[in-house]
Ligand binder design. Structure first.
Ligand SMILES: Cc1cc2nc3c(=O)[nH]c(=O)nc-3n(C[C@H](O)[C@H](O)[C@H](O)COP(=O)(O)OP(=O)(O)OC[C@H]3O[C@@H](n4cnc5c(N)ncnc54)[C@H](O)[C@@H]3O)c2cc1C
Length: 157
C-alpha cells in the first residue's frame, strides 16, 4: 500500500491466484482474517495436537493431547475474541484446580464495528435452520433508535 496526502493506492491480488490490480481510494479499511500463531512453538515435537487450521486441540476442560498442557483463547477453536479467551482462562484454571469450569460457547457475544455497530449473540438463523430447530423471527427497524447513523462527513468540531 502506498499512501499519499489525500489518497492511498493498494495493490491487491486474489489469494487463489490471478491478476494483480491497483486500487486508488480516499480511505482504506484493512479487514483480513486471523489465524493462531502456533507453527513456531514446537508443539508437534512434544505431541500437542493441532487441528486442520493450526489450532490447538483441546477437550471441554481445555486439556491438550499432552497431560499437564492446557490451551485457551485464540490458539484454540472458537471465535477469536477477548471475552471468550478470558472466560476460557477462568474455566481452565478451575479445571486445573480440580473444580469444574464452564464456558457456554453457544452464547459468546460479538460485534461488528460498523456505524452503527451490529451486535449478535447465540445461534444464527442459518444454524437453526440447519439444526432443524423451530424459531421465530422478530424485526425492528433501527431508524427509531438513537444509535448514530453513518455519515459521509465527520461532524464539525
Ligand atoms: C486489532 C485487533 C482488535 C481486536 N479487537 C477486539 C475487540 O474489540 N473485542 C474483542 O473481544 N477482541 C478483540 N480482538 C481479539 C482479542 O485481542 C483476542 O481474541 C484476545 O487477545 C485473545 O486472547 P489470548 O489470551 O488467546 O491471546 P493474546 O491476548 O494474543 O495473548 C497471547 C500472549 O502470549 C504471548 N506469546 C506469544 N507467543 C509466545 C511464546 N512463544 N512464548 C511466550 N509468550 C508468547 C503474546 O505476547 C501474548 O501476550 C482484537 C484483536 C486484534 C488483533
Amino acid at each position: 500500500m502506498k499512501t499519499g496526502k489525500d489518497s492511498a493506492t493498494v495493490a491487491v491480488e486474489p489469494a487463489a491466484g490471478g491478476a494483480r490490480e491497483e486500487i486508488v481510494a480516499d480511505v482504506v479499511l484493512l479487514a483480513i482474517g486471523r489465524k493462531p500463531h502456533t507453527e513456531s512453538l514446537g508443539l508437534a515435537k512434544i505431541g500437542v495436537g493441532l487441528d486442520e487450521r493450526g489450532r490447538i486441540r483441546t477437550g471441554h476442560d481445555f486439556a491438550t493431547t499432552v497431560p499437564g498442557i492446557y490451551a485457551i483463547g485464540d490458539a484454540i477453536a472458537g471465535p477469536m475474541l477477548a471475552h471468550k479467551a478470558e472466560d476460557e482462562g477462568l474455566a481452565c484454571a478451575e479445571y486445573i484446580a480440580g473444580l469444574t469450569g464452564y464456558v457456554n460457547h453457544d452464547v459468546i457475544p460479538s460485534v461488528v464495528y460498523t456505524m452503527p455497530e451490529v451486535a449478535s449473540v447465540g445461534k444464527t438463523e442459518e444454524e437453526l435452520k440447519a439444526a432443524g430447530t423451530p424459531y421465530k423471527v422478530g424485526k425492528f427497524p433501527s431508524s427509531p433508535t438513537r444509535a448514530p447513523r453513518p455519515t459521509a462527513t465527520p461532524p464539525a468540531s
